[in-house]
Design a protein around this ligand. Sequence first.
Ligand SMILES: [Fe+2]
Ligand SMILES: [Fe+2]
Length: 193
Amino acid sequence: MATMAELRTGVRKSFPELNEIKNAELRDKVVEAWAFALSQTEYTSVDEIRASGGPTTPPMKKGTQTDHIRGVTRVALAMADELEKICGPLGIDRDLLAACALCHDVGKPFEFSPRNQKRWQDDPAASGYPAIRHPVYGVHVALTVGLPEAVAHTAGAHSAEGERIQKSLENTIVRFADHAFWQILERAGALQE
Ligand SMILES: [Fe+2]
Ligand SMILES: [Fe+2]
């Protein structure tokens, strides 16, 4: 079993985009969120998590879950930066946007964990299936490590769970980046059938 220090080191290695976050405290909390999320599962790295949007949806032909998180973060930041070049300042908090994008799927280790999947499938009447989806578990992770509420909001509402609530500016961008990632890869034939 990896120690928390080893998990933190691994997370820093997986996500070079952490450097986009200028605020050191926010950056460290993003690392802590992923290290904590991994520590609750059998995973020791984000790279080990199935490279898909859901536990049963088609995975990428090439690449890992890490590439998904990195891709969404880079697309989200690019959308913000390029739009602001044309439209002027839009009030986007760039540090917060990077943290929201990096943490949007921080609940995936729990939902994708083969150990949890087996437990839930063994007795769905007792647990529900899945017992807790990654957006909801992501809220738990974000708040547990002391990330801002806005990061928890993005984790919780980047997916179908967000359809019933008004989304923040940063979450709106992350959500489009996330959907773009999967839809473009699907159309490009970059996902398994
Ligand atoms: Fe997600
Ligand atoms: Fe995602």
